[in-house]
Design a protein. Sequence first.
Length: 88
Amino acid sequence: MRVRFELTTRLAELAGFRDEALDVTGDTVGDALRALEQRLHGSVLVDEGRLHPSVLVVVDGEVFRRGDGSTPLRGGETVHLMLPVAGG
């Protein structure tokens, strides 16, 4: 299945793209993140497949709640990943 990823800031630099559709083996948010992880070299997932605490994931406009990644995907979704912005 194909899933479109939109990345911001440092994640886009690491992956080498800001907006790209990737083939995903599987049918969950966790499967999609594992597919992306191969391009990011360890920046999204930590601790045996859990989402890195500083990465925000939005799937088709809905914030992905931290969990085991079992939220199902149908294919064609847009997964937006961003890092928090801080400053003063």
